[in-house]
Design a protein around this ligand. Structure first.
Ligand code: MG
Length: 390
């Protein structure tokens, strides 16, 4: 799946099309989703969520959808939503719309900006696969069996009030989640983990520090203390800053719990570096963070070859981004529960039909392309800014 969109031949390159490539029409929708909950990490608190939906229409009227799930400000990674909007509007959309030939290759060759790129890549792939009547999940799998539903790990934000933290865990477990990941920072980690372990002695627990420990020695001591109060942890995610892979490798060698990376890996090159250094025991892999589903598969294959576990993380996406992430989460390489929750956990109303949690699992869409599309009325009501090309 390496060539251009449907108007210019098939995404898997099987059916070359010699016609002059048709131009594409592209609309950027900036949508605002009212929060059902806020999520506080060591870096920021996200409540109402804005994302960019990319809608591509080809000359035959076929439509494809993609999502940019960048956060409002740089922090999680360097990218942020206004910057992605500007890059898409000023450079990427005009380039792809005016010349769709080899668009996926040109986008993949662009240095940096994976979250902006992934929105356009996702829409091009969705456009192509819808026209072919093939689902993203099955095409990514290349014939391998995929999961019809994926186990959902609940991500619980940082709380100053332990009663509120316990109530949040209680709601998550009551909703059917069988594992929980606690967001932590150095000030809240031990007290939070102790409280949750006291209430749920057998619950599968992991933690995510979002890079909030200042150096390897501090992180090693902190993780040892967490293991002492919390028992074995599924993994400790992103203890150090995203670019401190050498430090993270030192932490990984000295910690009993597997060290997971998230924001450290935004490209295939960074994935190879992390593996080479021994800095990654588990990878939180989000197609939205690494340039889209094709790069995610490439990175996942690198991890699988090294025996490193993978799971699909979440970005508090809309249903478009959630569907794309679920297609990846269903792949055999994703060996751990996904962080993707049901839509209602994050948003009061989604732009697509909601994804529900049933017995701790979320169903993977099986329709053509992403298998979901926005409800036009909800989209119109949720859109705060719109831009069209041409
Ligand atoms: Mg994370």
């Amino acid at each position: 799946m390496t060539s251009g969109p449907a108007a210019h031949g098939s995404a898997n390159g099987v059916v070359p099309d010699e016609r002059e490539p048709a131009r594409l029409g592209v609309t950027l929708h900036r949508v605002r989703l009212e929060a059902a909950m806020s999520l506080r990490s060591a870096r920021e608190t996200i409540a109402d969520r804005e994302v960019i939906l990319v809608e591509i229409v080809d000359g035959d009227g076929n439509v494809g959808w993609g999502e940019c799930s960048a956060l409002p400000r740089p922090g999680y990674t360097a990218e942020y939503l206004d910057g992605c909007w500007a890059l898409l509007r000023d450079l990427l959309v005009p380039s792809v719309a005016e010349d769709p030939s080899s668009a996926l290759e040109r986008l993949a060759a662009l240095p940096g900006h994976p979250m902006a790129r992934s929105a356009l890549v996702g829409a091009l792939v969705d456009l192509d696969l819808r026209a072919q009547g093939r689902s993203l999940c099955s095409v990514l799998a290349e014939g391998a069996p995929t999961a019809a539903r994926v186990a959902s790990n609940a991500v619980i934000g940082i709380h100053d009030d332990l009663g509120e933290l316990e109530a949040a865990v209680d709601r998550a477990v009551g909703a059917g989640h069988r594992s929980v990941k606690l967001k932590i920072d150095p000030d809240h980690a031990v007290v939070s983990l102790r409280a949750v372990r006291r209430g749920w002695p057998d619950l599968s627990l992991s933690v995510d520090a979002n890079g909030s420990y200042p150096d390897a020695d501090t992180a090693i001591s902190a993780i040892a203390e967490l293991e002492r109060v919390g028992g074995p942890l599924g993994y400790v995610e992103q203890p150090l800053a995203a670019d401190d892979l050498v430090g993270t490798a030192i932490v990984a060698r000295r910690s009993a719990s597997p060290i997971a990376l998230d924001e450290s890996v935004t490209s295939i090159g960074e994935a190879v570096t992390a593996v080479s250094l021994g800095a990654v025991g588990v990878l939180d892999l989000k197609p939205a963070r690494v340039g889209g589903p094709l790069e995610a598969m490439a990175i996942g294959r690198i991890m699988t070859a090294e025996g490193i576990g993978v799971f699909c993380g979440g970005m508090m996406e809309s249903g478009i981004g959630r569907a794309a992430a679920l297609a990846f989460a269903a792949q055999p390489m994703c060996t751990l529960p996904t962080d993707l929750g049901p839509s209602a956990r994050y948003h009061r109303r989604d732009v697509t039909a909601p994804f529900d949690l049933v017995d701790g699992y979320i169903e993977v869409p099986v329709g053509a392309g992403l298998g979901v599309e926005p409800d036009r009325d909800v989209l119109a009501e949720s859109t705060v800014e719109r831009w069209r090309f041409p």
